[in-house]
Design a protein around this ligand. Sequence first.
Ligand code: GLU
Length: 458
Amino acid sequence: MTVTVRFAPSPTGNIHIGNARTALFNWLFALKHKGRFIQRFDDTDVARSKQEYANAILYDLHWLGIYPDATDYQSRRFEHYDAAVERLKTAGLLYPCYETAEELELRRKVRLSRKLPPVYGREALALTSAEMAAFEAEGRKAHWRFLLPNYEDGDPEKTVRTDVTWTDVVRGEETVDLASLSDPVLVREDGTYLYTLPSVVDDIEMGVTHVIRGDDHVTNTGVQIALFRALGSEPPRFGHHNLLTTSTGDGLSKRTGALSIGSLRAQGIEPMAVASLAVLIGTSENTEAVPTMAELAEKFDPASVSKSAAKFDPADLTALNRTLLQHMPFAEARDRLAVLGVTGDNAEAFWLAVRANVDTVADALNWWKILRDGPATPAEFSDEDRDFVRAAFELLPEEPWDGTTWKVWTKTVMQATGRKGKPLFLPLRQALTGPLPGPDLASLLPVLGREGTLARRP
Ligand code: GLU
């Protein structure tokens, strides 16, 4: 069977690096197993879901290097969920309840005071049709609960410990006791769906073989496994990864926009810096900058993921970014440099000279301007240094220039002036690029050319 995974966010906000972790785990899993990746929007909450967010999520995924094989929206599939509801009702596994939130809260307190587990007591199962009709006449509408298979002798009153177990792709053996849970509400009073049922119906009908998601869903998995079986299907495999938190332990939220993929993009963070951190943090692998998705897939091992929260420092992204840029070939940077106005015969040599000195691709523009127009603030030399630099400029070799020119030149200067080390190099650098530190001058010199260099004569 083709490995099939899905990434199923609700399009109610922009995705952040924690959501990217889930998307990437699925994508890399699919890559590793030559499988399919379905982009599914869990937008049954039509009031909060927006097409703009779905579009933005697709854009972010593409930017990260994730290309879904198919895209679907739950809001277009209500008839499938309605059909599943009918099947569950017919099987006596979905029952109407009329309690208000206040009534439920009161019952919960009573149960707690009697040292009973604070789960729903299935009181609604005992309702007669006359009682139900009375509720309806009062204007109440039913919400619908799924009868969990956690009882014996065919009697829902007699709940018994019922372990649902699975071998989690990430966490290993997992168990959820269905007797510790309330029968979940699948359909609200107003007829809208909670996430639990549509997700299972889709996973069945879309042939999902592996559900990889955050570990906040472990308990849901117990319920959903029961639901798969109630609908006559074998459950898929499950994997639950730890969630990303900031170093202070705070969770990430789609609402706050903090660490959204869009904001990281705007800061000039490279997609593979985001992907490397999002995937490798909180695993036994080192968090290092991995330049391509294929190499990240090589490194990715769901079983190496730790069970505790994956704390990360956003500053790590800058460090990873620098490392990626240091090794980024010109071919990869070319179009983006061109957008910045960095074009022409020198563009490649320029990029290779400055890439080790930039935090972002856009930073290259500052160096480009310095090379074109000279340092933003010209260096202030002592008389002695000015004379030295002028003398050095008299000794510039004739063109053509290449990577060896700097060495040849400075050697000549050393012999002629007797200066060496810092007193030799510092004034030259200040004349050429201004503030320290800067790109390697041996690489920079051919980019400046003889004319460009002479233009910097103090
Ligand atoms: N819409 C759910 C969420 O974002 C999907 C969970 C799942 O992958 O099943 O939490």
